[in-house]
Structures are given as C-alpha cells and as structure tokens.
Design a protein around this ligand. Structure first.
Ligand code: NCD
Ligand code: ZN
Length: 365
C-alpha cells in the first residue's frame, strides 16, 4: 500500500528569494508549500534597515496573489556600521525576525558583511537585551584555512567566544555541514540552534566531482565528507528541537554557475521537502519529520506552529523531475539529488493562481 503522511505545514527558516524577475520565478515554489520563510537579506545592495526590509517585503507580497497566506519573515544584514536602534525598531514592530551575520567575503553578496567583530558588539549587546536572534553564516574567511575546515574553525574561534561574551544571545548556526558544528550545538546549554539543508543531508563532497566538475552541487558551506553527512542526518532525525529545516535554496542563473568562477548556491525550492522526507524515510525516522520541518523552527523563533497540514505520499516509480525553471531570459537548475525523491506533496499546496514557468527543455548536463 502506498504510504501517506500528514504533517503540519512546514516553514523554511533560511531562504534566498532574490528580487525582481528571479524572485517572481522562484517565489511560487516556496509560497505554495511553506507557511513562512525566513528571507535572507543578501541582496545587492543588502537589506540593512527597516525601510529596506519593508520595501523588500512589499515587493515579495506584490508578487503573490492578494490574500495568499505565505508569510515572508524579514532579516537584517549586519554590517560594521549597522545602527543598533534600527535593529531594535524593526524587531519591535514585528518586521525583523533575526539579524544575519555574514563574515565579510564568506559567500555570495557578503562583501558588506562584518569585517571586525569588535565593531558589531554594540549591536549584538542590544540584540541580547531585546532577545533578537542572530543568524550566523559560520565560516571563517581566512584563505589560509582549508575550505573544508572553515566551519569547524569558525565554531571554535568565533562562535564560541561570541557566545561566552553574550551568554543570553540566541543564535542560529545556519546550514551546518560538519560533525563539529552538530556536536557544538548539542553541547550548548541553551540559546543555540542550527538549520540543516536538504542538499547537505542528501550529498557529500563526492557529488561535486561525480564524473567531472559539478557546479550545481557547489554551495557554501561546501558539502563535506560522508562521515559529516552522517552526523547531520543523525541530528536532523533525532527529534532534538535545536535542529530544524532551512533549505538555503539559493538560485543563480545557469550562466553564473557554469562559469570560470561559478557562484555558490543550490536552488532546491521545488524539491526540498521531498528530498528531506526521502532522507527521513531512509533513516527510518518519518515520525520525526514533522518536528524538523514544522515544529522546532517555529518554537525557536517563538511563533505559533502552522495551524494547517499537508499530505505527503510515497512516490512509487520515478516520475520525471523538472530540471530547471525559467527566470527572465535565464534558466536556473533545480537541485538534482543522487536518487529521485521517494516522496511527493499531494495535498495542501496553495498554488499562486498561475503555474510557475518551468523550462524543461534544457538537456541533461
Ligand atoms: C547563498 C547565496 O547564493 O545567496 N549561497 C550559498 O552557497 N549558500 C549564500 C549563503 O547562504 O551562503
Ligand atoms: Zn543561505
């Protein structure tokens, strides 16, 4: 018999929606499924002030049909010169849900990020006082540190000292990729959580070199070796409420990925939940899927859990997966997990009224 699973509507606690044509092309995949998404502020220029975030949220809402229930939750991009009063004001009015910390130069559009932690201590002090979460891209930018070690070194040399200095600060270590990060979160007494992405659950670093160089498997933090992936899977399915879903769906045009210097970012919005359900099934832990995708993140951000549900069904046989979506004149490749997802969402989608533009004409790379 085909297995079915009813779960609370999920939320996505780490999402790149971009702006303009790209935003309009990718938004439907998130809006139809998730109740809420924490929207990353790394636009160019970044979303730094309440005015920036209000305007960005208005553009997102304008791309949804009137009355559509999807809620974009905004974040503020932390820079050396961020005004703490603006953060507090945006948080008080329910506009900002977190502040995003990118070490300057760590990833896509992070040039305006933090260059010196001493310079943001005032902002962080305010956040600690008002209980405003800090969402962290946890990689050091020191090019002498091996790229596969940058997260573990960050945890030890930046995150731990930061948390000791601000013990009341609530922190989310985003898109964890290593056993060291998982262990650190597990050992923390309170105030620390982590998001995990579908792709870091599904692939290890071999996927980047499978038969040749695979730019669409490249993201930051870069996927690590298989033993780390096992640690991530164990954390995700454990039911431990400090680990929850943040897809880090990060669309880039194909031309920017398949390039001499290809961008970091994997676009998984169309199949993220199916991939996660497949991983939980492989781990024999479908009973823990709801906590990971719908309960733990909402609890951490102190928001009510979504009131409605979706239904997933086992996908028997391999239905063809779309390979890409059209965005403006470009195409964006969808994350292709090593095996076709074994689950699909069959009830509870809230389509936006018109089917999202799909471009299935691109041949297999
Ligand atoms: C993200 C992007 O493209 O905005 N890329 C990525 O590889 N994850 C930025 C980020 O979250 O690091
Ligand atoms: Zn991200």
């Amino acid at each position: 018999m085909t297995r079915r699973l009813t779960v609370t509507r999920p939320d996505d606690w780490h999402l790149h929606l971009r702006d303009g044509e790209m935003m309009r092309a990718v938004l439907p995949f998130s809006a139809e499924l998730y109740g809420r998404a924490l929207v990353m502020p790394n636009l160019s220029p970044p979303v730094r002030t309440p005015a920036d975030a209000r305007a960005y949220r208005a553009r997102i809402r304008a791309a949804l049909p009137g009355g559509h229930p999807f809620q974009p939750l905004m974040t503020a991009y932390l820079s050396d010169d961020t005004d703490p009063a603006g953060l507090a004001q945006g948080f008080a009015e329910g506009l900002f849900h977190a502040v995003k910390l990118y070490p300057a130069g760590a990833t896509t559009n992070s040039r305006a990020g933090v260059t010196d932690f001493e310079r943001v201590h005032r902002a962080i002090e305010v956040m600690e006082r008002i209980d405003m979460p800090l969402s962290v891209h946890g990689e050091v930018v020191d090019s002498s540190v091996d790229i596969f070690d940058r997260e573990a070194v960050f945890v030890e040399t930046v995150l731990d000292p930061l948390r000791r200095r601000f013990p009341g600060l609530r922190v989310v270590l985003e898109h964890v990729t290593t056993r060291e990060a998982v262990d650190y979160v597990r050992e923390a007494a309170a105030g620390l959580a982590a998001t995990i992405t579908p792709h870091h659950l599904a692939i290890d670093r071999n996927a980047l070199f499978e038969g040749g160089l695979r730019p669409h498997m490249y993201c930051l933090p870069v996927a690590k070796r298989a033993s780390h992936r096992r640690a991530l899977r164990a954390a995700a399915v454990s039911g431990d409420s400090r680990f929850f879903l943040g897809t880090d769906s990060a669309p880039h045009p194909r031309s920017a990925k398949e390039s001499d210097c290809g961008c970091a970012g994997i676009f998984n919005a169309p199949n993220a939940l199916a991939c996660v359900a497949t991983v939980f099934d492989e781990e024999g832990a479908l009973q823990a899927l709801e906590a990971f995708t719908a309960h733990s993140g909402a609890d951490f951000y102190r928001m009510p859990r979504n009131a409605d549900s979706i239904v997933l069904e086992e996908a028997l046989g391999s239905a063809p997966q779309p390979e890409a979506v059209a965005a403006g004149g470009e195409s964006v490749r969808i994350f292709a997990p090593p095996a076709a997802p074994g689950w699909k969402v069959v009830e509870g989608l809230r389509p936006l009224g018109r089917p999202p533009a799909r471009d299935d004409t691109i041949p297999e790379a």
